[in-house]
Design a protein around this ligand. Structure first.
Ligand SMILES: Cc1cc2nc3c(=O)[nH]c(=O)nc-3n(C[C@H](O)[C@H](O)[C@H](O)COP(=O)(O)O)c2cc1C
Length: 183
């Protein structure tokens, strides 16, 4: 069985290498729209998306993410970098999951429109953490949490991502943990 959604989910890969080509504003708009339509606990929508296109800001961001990813160059070379922040005061229970759902929606929408991305997870906390430095750089209020950074760009055709997944037989437990079976 296959359709466009299933293919997009299966074929999206993390790609940290981009061509120096501008993403048209209409495409960027659709990606951001996909983030807006993500589910969130009680529809609280605690997220904010900071869209970074300024070269100097991207350069500084790429230095900051060196703390959490080996692919800092991807941030520098991406046409657009979306920083996903969430307000724990809006959704104290699930702000990180909400922001993660928005991030994945944007990654999938981007892929469906021919745009590559890779998700940089930002761990919470610490005065000199990537999170704190990102907040300072972008003027994100202290009470927010920075959850993810999503660089976007047209994929470098020479980059060949290869990722497999654990088989369903191993992941799925029927009625009780440990009851796995061949599918
Ligand atoms: C919460 C989270 C954090 C991640 N953080 C990073 C990261 O810091 N750097 C990076 O290169 N990729 C990061 N990734 C991407 C994963 O490495 C990638 O999704 C995984 O290896 C599977 O590969 P695929 O996305 O190509 O299928 C992150 C993904 C998630 C969901």
């Amino acid at each position: 069985m296959s359709n466009e959604v299933l293919r997009t989910i299966r074929e999206r890969r993390s790609i940290p290498r981009f061509k120096p080509e501008r993403i048209p504003d209409e495409i960027l708009h659709e990606v951001l729209e996909a983030g807006r339509w993500a589910p969130s606990y009680a529809n609280l929508q605690p997220w904010e998306f900071i869209v970074v296109r300024d070269e100097a800001v991207k350069a500084r961001l790429s230095e900051i993410v060196e703390k959490v990813t080996i692919y800092r160059r991807g941030v520098q070379n991406a046409d657009v970098v979306i920083v996903v922040a969430a307000d724990p005061e809006v959704d104290p229970l699930h702000y990180r999951e909400d922001a993660a759902a928005a991030t994945q929606n944007m990654a999938l929408a981007a892929h469906s429109l021919g745009i590559a991305s890779y998700w940089i997870g930002i761990p919470e906390g610490g005065p000199s953490s990537a999170e704190a430095l990102t907040k300072e750089l972008l003027g994100i209020p202290d009470e927010f949490s920075v959850v993810a950074i999503l660089p976007l760009g047209y994929p470098d055709p020479d980059y060949k991502p290869e990722k497999d997944r654990r088989p369903l037989e191993e992941i799925v437990h029927w009625d009780r943990f440990g009851n796995t079976r061949a599918l």
